[in-house]
Design a protein around this ligand. Structure first.
Ligand code: URP
Ligand code: ZN
Ligand code: ZN
Ligand code: ZN
Length: 466
């Protein structure tokens, strides 16, 4: 059993308010929140959190651990990936499973991924279903996934090898709407990318910097608009746009939300903080991911979307490949570069520093973006995403004043770089608790492989977030 812990003198912050109260963790749950807690077991560890923010642990709803992308396998598995997450203040991840063998059943990847995570994950986890083709069997199998397995969100892709056409996308949206499940989409226009890629290759323009040129923001914005309209045609099927990177796509999302459509969106720190000038650098392959980094002007638009609520969540799309080895495959040919970058450990510190410390968002908004709305959207609330009696004791204590300069050497993933090397921060997660157990303290990992539990998620309730 986990030792009881009493946090005193801290400021408790959730998505709605800040209060100066004490918090008792007992048997993995938040047992009590009160002005003064006087009854607790002997041997309870008492933490003085004076000057600290005590917040719900982060929920990163977009990781790719141990993913086979065909040309490579990502270098973080469910141990190193969740270890890194925990050290960065994240206590739950929802992983986007990779594609399975062509024609495999909907449940196939779930079994594969449960095996990957079991005995490895140090914090709680779930998976989004992955729809790589649509037929009667897949549509039927969705029901058991939602109702028995607790998988209440599914992703489809509009580009890559298993892209869905409109017919399949419509069928998936319609069926998932019926089953009270959320459709997440990787939106990029495949034809435009393919044409541009072919032209670039013909012209010998295969340096990493052409990765961005091959998939400009209109590719993404077009696919976002298309999916929004298909979701509407599917009876206002709930739709979740992953890794939004640009302002035009955001405008379409904003319009849909203004029209009261059931649309939500996610962005990632890299799209808010890094721009496409990095593709001119000698180490440009580090930043090869899809969607690519965008022109500087887009960054501020995303911040505006976060501030006005058009963007609902901040996740990472953590999909790591080593620079020294795996990413080198793309040095002379971007089409050979495994796409993606690490970020699961730096999300919370970066968003706290750039958001809260710089005065762009409140601490409550920070919690909303990194934990509360992810929990609401993906069926984990109120088990996760809040500080309520009875909720899991998944807690991060942030020191809002601590100054840190990011370097890869302080991180706990299994890659060999961070895109945020030398990034200066104000604010740092000093303690992370998973189900009441201290799993990270001041950059030291204290957790255990296999302690993380698979989370069966609740069905999607459109009305709770409209
Ligand atoms: O480049 C990326 N983002 N790789 C991961 C897969 C995806 O598209 O999310
Ligand atoms: Zn609240
Ligand atoms: Zn994607
Ligand atoms: Zn992804």
């Amino acid at each position: 059993t986990t030792k009881a812990t009493l946090i005193i003198n801290g400021t408790l912050v959730d998505a709605h308010q800040q209060v100066n109260k004490q918090l008792l963790m007992l048997d993995g749950k938040i047992a009590q929140i009160a002005d003064k807690i006087t009854q607790y077991p002997s041997g309870t560890q008492i933490i003085d959190a004076k000057g600290m923010h005590v917040m719900p642990g982060g929920i990163d709803v977009h990781t790719h651990f141990n993913i086979d992308v065909g040309i490579s396998r990502s270098c973080d598995d469910f141990y190193t990936g969740t270890r890194s997450a925990a050290c960065g203040g994240t206590t739950t991840i929802i992983d986007h499973m990779g594609f399975g063998p062509r024609g495999c059943s909907l449940g196939h990847q779930l079994e594969v991924y449960k095996e990957y995570a079991k005995d490895r994950a140090v914090i709680d986890y779930s998976f989004h279903g992955v729809i790589q083709h649509v037929d009667d069997q897949v549509l039927e199998d969705m029901q058991a996934m939602v109702e028995q397995e607790g998988i209440s969100s599914f992703k489809l892709y509009l580009t890559y090898g298993y892209k869905l056409d409109d017919d399949s996308a419509l069928k998936a949206l319609t069926r998932l709407n019926e089953l009270n499940a959320l459709t997440a989409v990787h939106p990029e226009n495949d034809a435009a990318i393919a044409q541009r890629r072919a032209k670039l290759i013909k012209e010998g323009k295969t340096a990493p910097k052409y990765h961005g040129v091959s998939r400009p923001l209109e590719c993404e914005a077009e696919a976002i608009a298309r999916m929004i309209n298909l979701a509407s045609l599917a009876g206002d099927a709930p739709l979740y746009i992953v890794h939004l990177s640009n302002g035009l796509g955001l405008d379409y999302i904003r319009l849909a939300k203004n029209n009261k459509q059931a649309v939500w969106s996610e962005t990632c720190p890299q799209y808010m903080l890094l721009d496409d000038s990095l593709y001119n650098d000698i180490d440009a392959v580090k930043y090869v991911m899809s969607p690519p980094l965008r022109p500087q002007a887009e960054l501020e638009k995303l911040w505006q979307g976060v501030i006005d609520g058009s963007i609902d969540t901040i996740a990472t799309d953590h999909c790591s490949f080593t620079y020294a080895d795996q990413k080198q495959a793309g040095v002379t040919d971007f089409t050979k570069c495994p796409n993606g970058m690490p970020g699961v450990e730096t999300r919370m510190p970066l968003m706290f520093s750039e958001g809260v410390s710089k005065g762009r968002i409140s601490p409550e908004k920070f919690v909303e973006l990194t934990s509360f709305k992810p929990a609401k959207l993906f069926g984990l609330y109120p088990q996760k995403g809040c500080l309520l009696e009875g909720s899991d004791a998944d807690i991060v204590i942030f020191d809002p004043e601590q100054q840190v300069t990011i370097s890869h050497s302080m991180l706990h993933d299994n890659t060999d770089y961070t895109p945020f090397e030398n990034y200066p921060l104000t604010g740092w997660p000093v303690m992370t608790f998973s189900r009441g157990k201290l799993v990270a303290r001041n950059g030291e990992f204290l957790g255990t492989a296999g302690a993380g539990q698979f989370l069966r998620r609740k069905q999607f309730d459109k009305n709770r977030l409209k």
